[in-house]
Structure formats: structure tokens, C-alpha cells
Ligand binder design. Sequence first.
Ligand SMILES: NC(=O)c1ccc[n+]([C@@H]2O[C@H](COP(=O)([O-])OP(=O)(O)OC[C@H]3O[C@@H](n4cnc5c(N)ncnc54)[C@H](OP(=O)(O)O)[C@@H]3O)[C@@H](O)[C@H]2O)c1
Length: 333
Amino acid sequence: MKTKQKTVRISIIGFGNVGGGVAEVIKRKREEITRKYGIDIKIVGIADMKSVIVNENGLSDDAIMKLKTGEKPEYVTTLDVIKEVEHEVMVEATPTNVVSGEPGLTHMITALESGRHVVTSNKGPLALQYRKLMELTTKKGKEMRFEATVGGAMPIISLVRENLAGNGIMSIEGILNGTCNYILTRMVEEGLPYEHVLKEAQERGIAEADPSKDVAGTDTAVKLVILANSVFGRDATYKDVDVAGITDITPEALKLANDAGYVIKLIGEVDRDECLKVAPRLVPKDDPLNVGGTLNVATIKTDLAGDITVIGKGAGPIEAASAILSDIIGIYM
Ligand SMILES: NC(=O)c1ccc[n+]([C@@H]2O[C@H](COP(=O)([O-])OP(=O)(O)OC[C@H]3O[C@@H](n4cnc5c(N)ncnc54)[C@H](OP(=O)(O)O)[C@@H]3O)[C@@H](O)[C@H]2O)c1
């Protein structure tokens, strides 16, 4: 247990599902975090597209609740909050954009230039400009942590960096998109066609109204690029990934696979050499990668520890917030 208490002031940029989840978990866990880690986390600024709220002494839970009513302080833009409000960590949770990386890329660069650490769930900037962001992070003597970008609550990046330190990592393969996994699982269970199950997933809020990024494999590809760069030290971008999605998989193909003792899963694979691939693959039913529903899974192949497989919830506001919270704490451990 830490003896000296440290106040860590954070901003939350992007206050949707994940940003709101971060405020919620901090509210729930504040006392426990202070007791266990000696860190008092204060949220000093929050910004979304419509509203900005700031209190340099820490926003009250009431003020955070009322955010959507739109208090307008002197800091009127998101960038003002990042630059002008004194704080240690910027949490970036705006929408992922894999074309330009914006607005997250500018938020991250501004935060680092302003002397803030960055913790993010936003995949776009990392998939496009990983090297540039890391160089700036090092130059500024700060940290950039992004566990929530790959596998949500499921630890991969910190697992490899911390718990598997000293191991050579040969490859990582797994299911990194819960929507695709849900669709394939339901197609097998019900023998129903893709379109039918997609509609069901949309009705249940598991697939988005525009599911294209998930089902075409783009989301998995973006996560693989983050792993390629952060775990394997490669300099990959999204365009380097060989991508196929799940839209052409039929109930007949799933049945044939099933009869032969396999399931079909959308698997992302990355290694330290050339491999950077997303494609539907036959997986033996007794393989650890055969997880159902919206679960994510990854097998990390190492030289000393052998194969390590992690399974967990790849999405969800509280799950992503869990990864963000542990990244914030990790900066000060
Ligand atoms: N949801 C998950 O389970 C999950 C899991 C892992 C990673 N992620 C990633 O985490 C990020 C956030 O996801 P989410 O589900 O929370 O998305 P979301 O609900 O759409 O929230 C995005 C937030 O960003 C705000 N925003 C957009 N542009 C902004 C700008 N220029 N300045 C300030 N705020 C801005 C939006 O404001 P308005 O509401 O005013 O438009 C909204 O509050 C995404 O990159 C996503 O890929 C999500």
C-alpha cells in the first residue's frame, strides 16, 4: 500500500458511453482507489460536442450528472480544456475515425504538447499515427496508454508488457470483435442466415445501425495494427492488413464445419514478421479460441511461457472504463 497520497487530475474528452463509464467507475471506486493505491482521482474537465464543464478543484458528481444540460464555463472548446486546465491525464474517448484519426489525433497531440499523459479507448489515431504519437510521448516524458482499444476489458497490452516481460512474443491470434462473434455464434445455434441474425443483433443493440466496420473486419484490422505496433514494434497502418469479413459466410458452411468438428470464427492474426491478417477461419471446437456470444479471446504465443489465452468482454462502457481506470492507475504504480 502507498503511504503518500497523490492527487491525479484528469479530463475526459468525449463523454458518450465510454467517457460516461469512466466517470461512473471513478465515482464508484474513488475511495477504494485512494485506499489501495494512494491515488485521489479528480475529474477537473469534461468535454463532448455540445458541452464543456470545468472545475479545477474537481467536478462534483452533481455537476457531472448535469453535464448534458450544458454549463458553459470560460473554457469554451475541447482544446481549451486540454491546454488550459491544469491536469495530469487526458482520457480520450471520442469516436474512432480510421481515415484521418480526428478529432482524437489532435486531442492526443495537444495533450502531450501540454504536458499531459494520455489514456484512450480511441483506436483511430493509434492505428494511423502510432509512431508519431509514441515519439512525441517519449519527447515529452509522458505516457500514452491504450489497453481499452484492443479487447475492451480483456488485458492484452499490459499483460504482454508487464506480466510477460522477458518473454519473446511470437504471435497473437484471436477474436477481437464481439459483434461478429455474436453473429457467427447465433448462425450456428439457430441455423439462420447472416442477414436474419444481423437484424436480431441490431435489435438487441449488439450490432450498430451501420455494422459495416464490424462485419467487414475493419474493426478487427484496426486492433491488429495497434498490436502489431505496440507489441511487435512494427510500423504498420490499417492499409497493411489483409482483411476479409463475415458477410459471405452461410449457414451451410457453418454446418459443414460443425459436422467435421469445427466452428468458423473471424480471427485476427499478427506476428513479429509479415503476418497481419483478418479472415474467417476454421477453429477446432476444443480450441481455446472457440468462445461464444459477444466474448473476445486472444492466444499469445510466447517463447518461455508457452501459449497464454485470455477471454473477456471486448466491449461495453464499464468494461472499457475498467481498462481506462487500470491504465490511469498504472501510470502511477
Ligand atoms: N463503447 C464501447 O464499448 C467501446 C469499447 C472500446 C473502445 N471504444 C472506443 O471508445 C471511443 C468512444 O466510444 P463510445 O461508445 O463512448 O462513443 P460515443 O458514445 O459515440 O461517444 C463519443 C463522444 O465523443 C464526443 N465527441 C465527438 N467529437 C468530439 C469533439 N470534437 N470534442 C469533444 N467530444 C467529442 C461525442 O459528443 P456528442 O455526444 O456531443 O456528439 C460523444 O460524447 C470510440 O473511439 C470507440 O471506438 C468503445
